[in-house]
Design a protein around this ligand. Structure first.
Ligand code: SME
Length: 172
């Protein structure tokens, strides 16, 4: 897939996700739908899914498509943990060169992990996409995937994700 085909596919799948989520209010339903449409759009995607933030430094598997993913990832482990820690997208051209990479699917060769924020800018999850080819992901993927996950900011996280306890300014 060349650069133009990739951009066109992202344009189409972004529209499809937006249209399908119109009127939806449930975050979990939105995550599952987004992952399904994204996963089907690219042949090279072998694993597409969310890890939800469920504690100050803990991620737990969310909706995904692909082979069995590990359930728990702490912020100090793997590409997902590094993304959650830095709150920045991480592109890994060769997973074997990333220190601490967690190999859930041995066929994974490259990956991108994108932070997901709520409307207040808090980290609620990361989106992890794995490819069976090296060097699959670049700035184009980053741009579109960040745009796609930003669609989730309008949903109420409810019980799906962790919220840090509110500051109690006058608490004794
Ligand atoms: N590779 C990820 C772990 C998740 S799976 O690939 C599904 C990581 O290193 O964080």
């Amino acid at each position: 897939m060349n650069h133009q085909q990739k951009a066109t596919t992202y344009e189409q799948v972004t529209q499809e996700i937006e249209a399908t989520l119109q009127g939806e209010t449930d975050l979990l339903a939105a995550m599952a739908t987004l992952v399904c449409l994204l996963h089907q759009a690219f042949d090279s995607y072998i694993w597409t899914g969310f890890y939800r933030r469920v504690g100050p430094d803990k991620l737990l598997i969310g909706p995904y498509q692909g082979t069995l993913g590990c359930l728990h990832i702490s912020f100090d482990r793997g590409v997902c943990g590094a993304c959650a820690r830095s709150q920045q997208t991480i592109i890994v051209p060769d997973v074997h060169q990333f220190p601490g990479h967690i190999a859930c699917d041995p066929n994974s060769k490259s990956e991108i992990v994108v932070p997901v924020f709520d409307r207040a800018g808090g980290l609620i999850a990361v989106l992890d996409v794995d490819s069976d080819q090296y060097n699959s992901f670049d700035k184009t993927d980053q741009r579109y995937l960040e745009q796609i996950v930003s669609l989730l900011a309008r949903f109420e996280p409810a019980l799906v994700v962790y919220y840090p306890p509110k500051e109690q300014p006058n608490a004794k």
